[in-house]
Design a protein. Structure first.
Length: 354
């Protein structure tokens, strides 16, 4: 697929695409850029209609749907062409910035040379003493200087625009990984960090020491539906923010607190063994239980409690009968089952996964 848009139009299309991209369950990678760029570029295209149909049915675009739309409507038949286009989209902003900077430097050097040439040509000598050709060169030199000055101003404006676009990309990427209500990490950010933390090459890349334990807390607000039904969703949001503040305050350095569901939270603890994670879970539970949340326009305070499940990642250990590392989904499931057991046992308690 070829692109023939001007820089101005491509800039405007990118501005339109970014807010749409940031609301999806898809990372901001080149394939996603290509899909949404094409979407805003042509409202009558088959891709636009297919994407609208998907959003109407599913609400958001996930990785699988993004890839399917890209392959069906945008990908070139040959793999090399597909990769080149995807890579080209990713390099769009970097290329624009580099070109503007290089052209600006060359323009400045050429402008200085022309100024020296202009000074050498005159106007110290009388115009009549100069050959006609020499006067013509002087006139063209001055015209070129004027044009180059204008070009430098345009390049400076382009660089400011590019910088603004890059800021928008960073902001959209950040917003796509943050839960808007609590400002904790969202489920997408949690899933990414979990996979990164447990990756086979994590120790090699320096993210965790070799053999270091990784623990996980799954947290659920008790009777949250009753809170919403009794006091309204505004107070429910207040409760979510209050629990999130406790999580933020107690999350150790290197840990990740996330809102992974409606009233469900997770706390990923790289380098923290099970015993320490259990103690942190009890402290978190006790802190929330001891807190009181005052409803707006009410003199009464409400007591909120949470239930927690705790698990430690099971790594390859022949001595314990573990032939392979635990899958990330199995790790989360074990912590979730411990959370369920805590709720079944009466809530406001911590259960450690076996």
């Amino acid at each position: 697929m070829e692109y023939h848009d001007t820089v101005e139009r491509s800039t405007e299309l990118l501005r339109k695409a970014l807010p749409l991209m940031s609301r999806q369950a898809t990372a901001l990678h080149p394939v996603s850029y290509a899909v949404w760029y094409a979407y805003v570029a042509d409202a009558n295209s088959p891709l636009h209609q297919a994407l609208d149909n998907h959003l109407a049915t599913h609400g958001v675009l996930d990785e699988a749907a993004t890839d399917a739309l890209y392959r069906r409507h945008l990908a070139d038949p040959d793999a090399d062409g597909t990769r080149q286009m995807a890579d080209g989209v990713a390099r769009l902003l970097d290329g624009m910035q580099a070109s503007a900077t290089a052209a600006g430097d060359q323009t400045a050097r050429y402008g200085h040379s022309l100024q020296r040439l202009s000074a050498a040509l005159g106007p110290g000598d009388s115009q009549s003493a100069q050959p006609a050709a020499l006067g013509e060169v002087l006139e063209h030199t001055l015209q070129m200087q004027t044009a180059l000055t204008r070009l430098q101003k345009e390049l400076a404006e382009s660089q400011r625009e590019i910088g603004s676009l890059r800021d928008e990309v960073r902001r959209a990427r950040h917003e796509s990984l943050v839960d808007a209500l609590t400002t904790l990490a969202n489920r997408r950010a949690f899933d990414r960090r979990l996979v990164s933390c447990l990756a086979a090459d994590a120790a090699v890349l320096g993210r965790t020491p070799v053999g270091a334990p990784v623990s996980l807390l799954m947290i659920d607000i008790d009777h949250f539906k009753r809170v919403n039904d009794s006091y309204g969703h505004a107070f429910g949001d207040q409760v979510l923010r209050a629990v999130a503040q406790v999580l933020k305050a107690l999350t150790p350095e290197g840990g990740l607190a996330a809102r992974v569901g409606g009233e469900e939270f997770a706390l990923l603890l790289p380098g923290v063994p099970l015993q320490a994670a259990h103690a942190l879970a009890e402290k978190l539970r006790g802190t929330v239980a001891a807190s009181r949340i005052r409803r707006k326009n009410s003199a009464s305070d409400e007591r909120i409690t949470v239930s927690l499940g705790v698990a430690q990642y099971q790594q390859h250990n022949p001595a314990h009968g573990l032939t392979v590392d635990e899958a990330p989904t199995d790790f989360v499931d074990r912590a979730d089952r411990a959370l369920y057991a805590a709720k079944q046992a009466g809530r406001d308690r911590v259960v450690v996964a076996g």
